[in-house]
Design a protein around this ligand. Structure first.
Ligand code: BMA
Length: 330
């Protein structure tokens, strides 16, 4: 397919790299994994697994090369526990992993599907075998959240996506102890009208620290006559004041094109919750859910994404979004 747009992400030829058929126990679908590289170089995916009730849990898959020969935990790694954590009534979804050097632990921020709707919950782990739950850190309706790897000044910081009036925007909140959250700031607003990222956006994988600032890959959801269309865009934020957007790209950079992205339980969805960086510190592997059905891999490089933003990004206005008229709720 000829195109004059730059190809920033290369899909792996073996996509989808993981499907329900690879699982050691009965599951309906596997998608939207969190990702990290362990100290020994192993790629670890914390996979959202949906069972035939429609409820999700997490299961760990490990691979030496991050592409194949996955060692999948023989049973669920982290199950919803609605007896102790009622907010997990209908499952746990879309984990984002951030390693916190200060604590020597991984933070897993995920969607807890409660009777009041989806909220943001946090758990800490050292080994992806036992987890210490912190419970809900942002009440419903909120999702698409991740921690920054270190404090900003004195405070921990989390990106999340509360649903607001007529639009769902990306917010930033601060905490002294990972339990109490405040100083809430709007970080990135959905645009309106015809834009690809009109009305509803959200963080995709956790923010990426670069020499130019925090690189954020976010998803935009366009409502079409045929349903929702999930695509990815780029923005850059000040390293010390991450609510300050330095640049935002106008155009989306990755969207559903292949059959496994266009067809599935929810077609036309690419939904990354995790990335890993190769030893060169630049090669970026994006692990994403394809059509809420399977897991795929696309590769890019931090320098290429920054270069694209340098050419195509522009500062956002003081209102942090489009100045056009607001459209209907998404
Ligand atoms: C979002 C999240 C994701 C899902 C996507 C598409 O709201 O719930 O888990 O992949 O919708 O269905």
């Amino acid at each position: 397919m000829p195109t004059h747009y730059p190809r920033l992400f290369q899909r792996h030829p073996r996509n989808p790299i993981l499907t329900a058929a690879d699982w050691p126990y009965a599951v309906h679908s596997v998608f939207n994994p969190g990702a990290t590289r362990l100290a020994d170089g192993t790629t670890l995916l914390l996979v959202r697994v949906e069972d035939r009730r429609g409820h999700s849990h997490f299961c760990v898959a490990r691979s030496a090369n991050g592409i194949d020969s996955w060692q999948i935990d023989p049973q669920p790694t982290l199950q919803p526990d609605p007896e102790r954590f009622p907010e997990e009534l209908w499952g746990i979804e879309d984990p984002r992993i951030t390693y916190l050097p200060e604590l020597g632990q991984y933070a897993v921020v995920f969607t807890a599907f409660s009777g009041s709707g989806p909220g943001v919950a946090l758990a800490l782990t050292r080994d992806f075998r036992t987890f210490e739950r912190y419970g809900v850190i942002m009440p419903p309706e909120d999702k698409d959240a991740a921690l920054f790897p270190h404090r900003i000044g004195e405070y921990w910081a989390a990106i999340h996506r509360p649903v607001g009036y007529n639009s769902a925007n990306v917010w930033l909140s601060y905490s002294p102890d990972l339990r109490h959250w405040g100083s809430h700031k709007l970080m990135l607003a959905a645009r309106h009208g015809a834009w690809w990222d009109a009305n509803k956006i959200g963080l995709s994988p956790p923010p990426i620290a670069t020499a130019q600032g925090w690189l954020v890959i976010y998803h935009g959801v366009r409502q079409t006559a045929a349903g929702s269309l999930y695509r990815l865009g780029l923005a850059l934020f000040d390293i010390n004041t991450p609510e300050r957007c330095l640049k935002r790209g106008d155009e989306w950079v990755f969207g559903p094109e292949e059959a496994y992205e266009q067809r599935g339980d929810v077609g036309n969805v690419v939904f990354p919750c995790g990335y890993t960086l190769e030893a060169d510190g630049d090669t970026l592997r994006l692990y994403y859910g394809a059509a809420d059905t399977s897991i795929a891999l696309a590769t890019s490089s931090v320098s290429a994404l920054l270069e694209w933003l340098g050419q195509h990004g522009r500062p956002v206005g003081e209102r942090n979004g489009d100045r056009g008229r607001k459209g209907p709720a998404a």
